[in-house]
Design a protein around this ligand. Structure first.
Ligand SMILES: [Zn+2]
Length: 158
């Protein structure tokens, strides 16, 4: 699988974007300002966003991504994160003050985004890619993801 590093900085400057990785064409891990490296067409192909935690350098572009592609998508974008991260998004971003509540817009039945909880230890396949949710230590609840193969290399591997 091709992994494209769109940004990996903790702050912003010319040529310096915050954390976001594109796995294949349909999965983003984190939605920092690195998302701005994608064309509109590339953004439209993303179906899943995994958020490692709620800090701004990892979520800054999510509201703008939804604004750019929400009306052009046939299905809601699926955002996967720990419950604490999803709660932070609902309370502090998609609250109708900082940004529209795209979990209910344009309609509650067919919103631009669905927020889906995950838990450490979950293993699942999205867009044909197996992923395992791993714990992470940080100042807020967080997690990271790896492909099961990457976590358990074959015996005899160097
Ligand atoms: Zn952080």
């Amino acid at each position: 699988m091709k992994v494209r590093i769109l940004g990996c900085s903790g702050t912003l400057a010319k040529g310096c974007r915050t954390t976001s990785f594109l796995l294949g064409e349909r999965i983003l891990v984190d939605a920092g300002t690195g998302v701005g490296e994608l064309t509109l067409e590339e953004m439209q192909r993303v179906d899943h966003v995994f958020l490692t935690h709620s800090h701004l350098d990892h979520i800054a572009a999510l509201p703008l991504l939804l604004d750019a592609v929400g009306a052009h998508r046939a299905r809601p974008l699926q955002v996967h994160a720990l419950p604490a991260t999803l709660d932070a998004l609902r309370a502090h971003v998609f609250n109708g003050v900082i940004w529209p509540d795209f979990t209910r817009i344009p309609t509650p039945q067919a919103p631009f985004v669905r927020l889906l909880p995950l838990g450490v230890g979950d293993v699942f396949v999205v867009a044909g890619t197996p992923l395992e949710v791993l714990p992470a230590r940080h100042s807020v609840p967080g997690c990271t993801a790896a492909t099961p193969k990457a976590r358990n290399p074959p015996s005899g591997a160097a």
